[in-house]
Design a protein around this ligand. Structure first.
Ligand code: AP5
Length: 213
């Protein structure tokens, strides 16, 4: 089963993808995490992506689709949680084309909704593990030891795009370029909308209910 988790920045896509992959033997494909790994390793893709990420803009579709094709070519798991990909109609068309070539498809398209004020509150308090990408929040989900990942003992850091001006820019980009995916997928799928203001466990239960139907 292949599931797309979409929604504005900070709506909880990564948190839910982590919960889902811990319970299902699925792959988690987060284009954001892939680009951050490239940036850490100082690869040419990382250099290219960094300037867009720092400004809260989208990395160009051709770069994103190359990374996605590479992931799909190596994936061995029976299902995939797509987190933050696709983000444009061009990416969605590219993904459909590749999946189609392998007689595969998207089964669920889920949008997690969250208002901008809550997004800013959550993202300015987010901390992420440098090593395993586990997600924390100083208000809602603090680590047991300050600055240290509960899962792998790695160092926690604040993402460079989690400052208020960049968060606002990312939200504008979502409204301008990604929200249109709802209409795109409505033509071929039943899309599901979930209230992201609910606690993370409630959001998770809602998603599990949907996919078990
Ligand atoms: P990416 O890393 O994908 O960022 P994003 O989509 O902006 O989403 P976030 O990771 O910020 O938030 P999230 O929804 O995963 O929320 P999380 O679970 O962490 O992309 C970063 C950049 O990379 C983009 O801006 C772009 O430049 C580039 N990029 C990536 N993909 C691309 C693509 N396909 N095309 C082009 N460019 C691309 O939760 C947030 C916080 O809230 C955490 O602290 C968490 O603990 C907390 N939280 C989560 N759920 C709850 C809850 N229910 N209640 C309370 N707190 C909660």
């Amino acid at each position: 089963m292949n599931i797309i988790l979409s929604g504005p920045p900070g709506s909880g896509k990564g948190t839910q993808a982590e919960l889902l992959t811990s319970q299902l033997n699925y792959a988690h494909f987060s284009t954001g995490n892939v680009f951050r790994d490239h940036i850490t390793r100082k690869t040419p893709i990382g250099e290219q992506a960094q300037k867009y990420i720092n400004q809260g803009k989208l990395v160009p579709d051709d770069v994103v689709l190359d990374v996605a094709k590479d992931f799909l070519a190596h994936n061995q798991k029976p299902g995939i949680i797509f987190d933050g990909f696709p983000r444009t109609i061009g990416q969605a068309q590219g993904l459909d084309k590749v999946l189609n070539e392998w007689q595969n498809k998207i089964d669920f398209v889920i949008f997690i909704e969250l208002p901008e004020t809550e997004i800013i509150k959550r993202l300015t308090a987010r901390r992420t593990c440098l090593t395993c990408h586990a997600i924390y929040n100083l208000d809602f989900k603090p680590p047991r030891k300050p600055g240290i990942c509960d899962v792998c003992g790695g160092k926690l850091y604040q993402r460079s795009d989690d400052t208020e001006p960049v968060i606002k820019q990312r939200f504008m980009v979502y409204e301008g370029q990604t929200r249109a995916l709802k209409d795109y997928y409505k033509k071929t799928h039943h899309i599901y909308e979930i209230d992201g203001t609910l606690g993370k466990d409630q959001v998770f239960q809602e998603i599990v209910k949907l996919i078990k139907k």
